[in-house]
Every structure is written in C-alpha cells, then in structure tokens.
Write a protein of this length. Structure first.
Length: 447
C-alpha cells in the first residue's frame, strides 16, 4: 500500500497518473483522505456532511471497474469536495441555512453527474456561508484557526488547503472562490460566466453566479474544470460551443513568456500596505513582462452596480426564505431588505453595465495575456464573523471574465496572500496557461 503522507503530498495531476496506471488504488487514496479529515476536522471544520463508508463504497467500485479492464474516466479515483449548495441525490444539501436543515435532493446537479461520469469520488459536502452570502459558517482558516477562511466557499477552500482533498468545487457571485483561495493559500479558478452549468445549484443571482474550483495548482484546476465545462439545457447561461482545450496545461509552455498588465483595481487604497509592497516587488521581478495599465474611470461604479444586481436578484430568488426572515442571520436579512428596496428601473439599468465595462477592457487585453492584480485586500482577517472584503473580485465577476488566484506571498503574520489574474471572456485556457507559467516561475524562484 502506498504511503498516506506521500499520497497527500501529491497534486491532482500526479495522482491522476498513478491512479490511471494502477500504481495507486482509489481506495488507498480515499483512506488517506479519510484519515486526514478525521485528524484535522475538529480544528478546521470544513465539512457539512461527510460519511467515510460512502467514500469507501465509491472507491471500491472504481477499483473494480479498473481491474475488470473497463474504460476509466479523466478523474478516475480523484476525491472531489462539493460546496453544500450543490445538489447531491440522496445526500443532504442544506445551503448553510437553518431553514433547509434536513433537505435531501432527489437528483444530482449537472456538474455532479459529470464528476461521477468522469470517475471522481464525491468526498462529501463542504461548509458554505448561509445561502452562499456573508453570514459566516463554522469553518476556520487551516493556517491559523483564529482567522477567517473567507467565504462563501469557505469549506471547499479550507479542505484543499489542509490536504483533506486534492480538488473541490465552489461558487462565486462576488468573490466567493478567489478570496477564500487567497486566504487559504490555494489556487482558485472562476471561469468565464456560463462556462460551467449551474443546474441543480442554489441560485442567488443568475446574472452573476458562477461555478468555480479549488486546487493546489493551475494545472489541477484545469484538469477539474475541463470535466465540468460545457452546455447544459438546464442553464440558459451556458452556450453551445466547444469546451476550451485545457489538456496538457501542466506540461505545455507558452511559446513566449506571458505578458501581464498590472492593474490597480477600485479599492486599491483599501489594501493592506503589505499588498502594495508585495506587488511593487513582483512588478520589479517580472521586469519587461509586466506593464501598468489604468482601468477606465467607469470602473469606479462597478462595486455599486454589482451589489445592486446581486441584491435585487437575491430578493427575487430568496423570496421563500424572506418569508421567515427571523430565522436568517443579520447579514442575510440586511441584503434581502436592501434588495426589496431596489427600484425596477435601477435594476434594469444596472444590467447594461457588465458589457459596457467589459468593452473598456479591450485595449488592455489586446496588449497582454492576462491582467494581474491582488486577489484580496490583505491576508485573512482575524475572527470568524467577517469573511473579508471582496472589492478586488466583484468587478471581474460582474464583467463575466475568467479569474484565477495563485498563492504567491506570505504576510507578516504568516498567512498567505494570492495574486489574481484575469483574461478576456472565453480565454480560460490561455489564462490557466499563464497562471501555470507564473506558478512554475514562483516555484523555481523559491528553490
């Protein structure tokens, strides 16, 4: 049997190769993850639902499939954690909300069906903030349990960061993938809007909601995203188009070094001085590969516009929850109250902004492979009630562009801080290749 510590130290791409060759059995990896969860869960508290026997049952079936010589999927034997707003048949999906306690769907979400078809092990359900908004859950930052893991995909980020699983799925409506990934020191990837179907996922804001992934590296994120992407008739935001080819990102190299545009997004002055200093050093180290580019003035309105759309749609899609408002946390109540007060004319006018703002990025994207900016205003905040400031994320969610964060810096208190990269809509593969180059460049520089 392979050594558990060795297995947990491998990234998903390396594990995939060993599982496919038979050097590692699915049950061996599953047992290693189970042991890690049982050892660390009392402190990290990343899981909303976890059943070791359920995991073992899947692993044994996958091992039998391979041993019988039947074809295996691209994620054969890889454990994947799911944010607890993603429906799972016969398994609780409670949306982090007391009003949904005991809710058990009868059908899998579209992405769960794809994961199963690809041979992934559904490891369990990870903690989400209440209804995927800002009312914090129980999860703690694996690097320091006195600090927030971020939100709303708190459990997914923490589970990957702590080595409980190699891969996890979350969602982002403001900054719910990129920010917790930065706080927890892992790679978080939010693809282009509509790239991954949301059928069977709690709907908060159909204009903004985007399924994303957590992994150790950009190559691992590409491996998982490739399986999840593609049209689904249940989600009108998805389009009938070829899935971006992201195979081989781990081994392929750009023909030339990628060029980055360093952008100081709205809210730059709110960032920790450590962020300012880190990005100054990074720009100096990248040299001719980076140039500074200002965003159009209109981007100063982006945060307010995104919030207006989010709150108005939240009031519509969470109407059934608002009928029992007293059962919800104060942050959720406040958002629903604000959403109910938004005038129809203001909401409809806000819907024009995403494409207007995106057009303002054309000139920048023509000159670079990716925009480079902070993933968060600083390291994870102390305390568990506040999930952090999403000012550096919401603008990219609003414009529907793909974004990825890569762990890059360590704050004075020892907590990680990430670098966020952004590309044009549909350029998900190009973005992840640039991020993978950056990840390798950082690794080589640290050796």
């Amino acid at each position: 049997m392979a050594d558990k510590v060795d297995l947990l130290s491998l990234d998903a791409c390396a594990l995939r190769g060993r599982l496919a060759s038979g050097a590692v059995r699915a049950l061996e990896l599953a047992e290693a993850c189970i042991a890690r969860i049982e050892a660390r869960e009392p402190e990290v508290q990343a899981w909303a639902w976890f059943d070791p026997d359920f995991v073992r049952h899947q692993a044994r079936a996958l091992d039998a499939q391979r041993q019988a010589g039947r074809p295996i999927g691209p994620l054969h034997g890889l454990p994947v954690a799911l944010k607890d707003i993603i429906d799972t048949a016969k398994i609780p999906t409670e949306n982090g909300c007391a009003l949904d306690q005991g809710r058990v769907p009868i059908k899998d979400a579209a992405i769960v069906e794809r994961l199963k078809a690809a041979g992934a092990i559904i490891m369990g359900k990870t903690v989400t903030t209440e209804l995927a908004y800002m009312q914090a859950g129980k999860t703690r930052n694996p690097h320091n349990p006195a600090h927030s893991p971020g939100g709303s995909s708190s459990g997914s980020a923490a589970a990957v960061a702590d080595g409980m699983v190699p891969l996890a799925v979350g969602t982002q409506t403001g900054g719910s993938v990129i920010r917790p990934a930065s706080y927890c020191g892992v790679t978080g990837f939010k693809p282009s809007f509509g790239a991954i179907p949301r059928t069977g996922v709690l709907m908060q804001s159909p204009t903004l909601d985007t399924v994303g992934v957590f992994a150790r590296t950009p190559a691992d994120a590409a491996l998982l995203s490739q399986v999840l992407m593609g049209h689904d008739t249940g989600d009108a935001a998805t389009v009938v188009a070829p899935v971006p080819d992201m195979h081989g990102i781990a081994t392929s190299k750009p023909p030339v070094k990628p060029v980055f545009a360093f952008v100081k997004p709205p809210g730059w002055d709110e960032a920790d001085p450590q962020v300012h200093a880190a990005f100054a050093e990074l720009a100096d180290a990248l040299g001719e590969q980076v140039f500074e580019a200002p965003l159009p003035n209109a981007f100063g309105e982006a945060a307010a516009i995104r919030e207006r759309i989010n709150f108005a749609e939240m009031a519509r899609y969470y109407y059934r929850y608002s009928k029992e408002m007293e059962a919800l946390g104060p942050r959720t109540q406040e958002a629903l109250t604000k959403g109910n007060a938004i005038l129809a004319r203001d909401y409809l006018a806000a819907l024009d902004w995403p494409d207007v703002l995106y057009a303002g990025l054309d000139e920048i994207f023509e000159r670079c492979d990716a925009i480079l900016c902070p993933a968060a205003t600083g390291p994870a905040p102390e305390g568990l009630d506040f999930t952090g400031n999403a000012i550096f994320n919401g603008v990219w969610t609003l414009t529907g562009v793909p974004a990825v964060t890569v762990p890059a810096f360590t704050a004075e208190n020892g907590l990680p801080m990430g670098v966020q990269m952004v590309a044009a809509r549909g350029n998900d593969g190009r973005l992840l290749r640039s991020a993978n180059w950056f990840h390798n460049w950082l690794t080589e520089a640290g050796e």
